[in-house]
Design a protein around this ligand. Structure first.
Ligand SMILES: O=c1ccn([C@H]2C[C@H](O)[C@@H](COP(=O)(O)OP(=O)(O)OP(=O)(O)O)O2)c(=O)[nH]1
Length: 143
């Protein structure tokens, strides 16, 4: 499936790094390096604008290598890109380590998964069907 994209960054388009990867790595588009201090969050531009087909969303997810090695995650993970959004894609990074982390222009800062989603309407009812779980949750089956 082709998806319309405008790339103002001059960096490569988001791409799958392996044959069957679910996510495409996306890169920072910044004029100067950005230092993220411990527990600081910063919105990083990508220079990308996309036109998703109706019924699709894009999810902006952390990269596990950055998370494991540097404590870099995404505050609103997974970020949701709506099909009707035409603005620039941005990534809300957070530094969960105890040392500064520097983002350079062109760094692969996140990954983007394109996914189908349902659009539903609600049917108000008086009661819901019985299940074994019922209202159990939050670890009610044990550790
Ligand atoms: O990580 C993200 C999350 C969102 N967006 C863009 C695309 C998305 O379609 C739009 C709105 O996102 P969301 O619905 O999460 O934001 P909101 O806080 O509910 O704001 P709004 O009232 O504008 O919908 O912002 C990004 O670029 N990156």
């Amino acid at each position: 499936m082709n998806i319309n994209i405008i790339n103002n960054s001059g960096h490569p388009l988001p791409q799958y790094e392996t044959e069957h990867a679910a996510g495409m790595d996306i890169r920072a588009f910044i004029e100067t390096d950005i230092t993220i201090k411990p527990l600081q969050r910063i919105l990083i531009p990508t220079g990308l604008h996309i036109e998703l087909p109706v019924g699709y969303e894009a999810q902006i997810r952390p990269r596990s290598g950055l998370a494991y090695k540097h404590g870099i995650s995404i505050v609103n993970s997974p970020g949701t890109i709506d099909a009707d959004y035409r603005g620039e894609l941005k990534v809300l990074l957070v530094n969960l380590s105890d040392t500064d982390f520097v983002v350079n222009d062109g760094d692969r800062i996140a990954q983007m998964v394109i996914a189908k989603h349902e659009k539903v309407s609600w049917k108000s009812v008086g009661e819901l069907s019985d299940t074994t779980r019922g209202a159990g949750g939050y670890g009610h089956t044990g550790k």
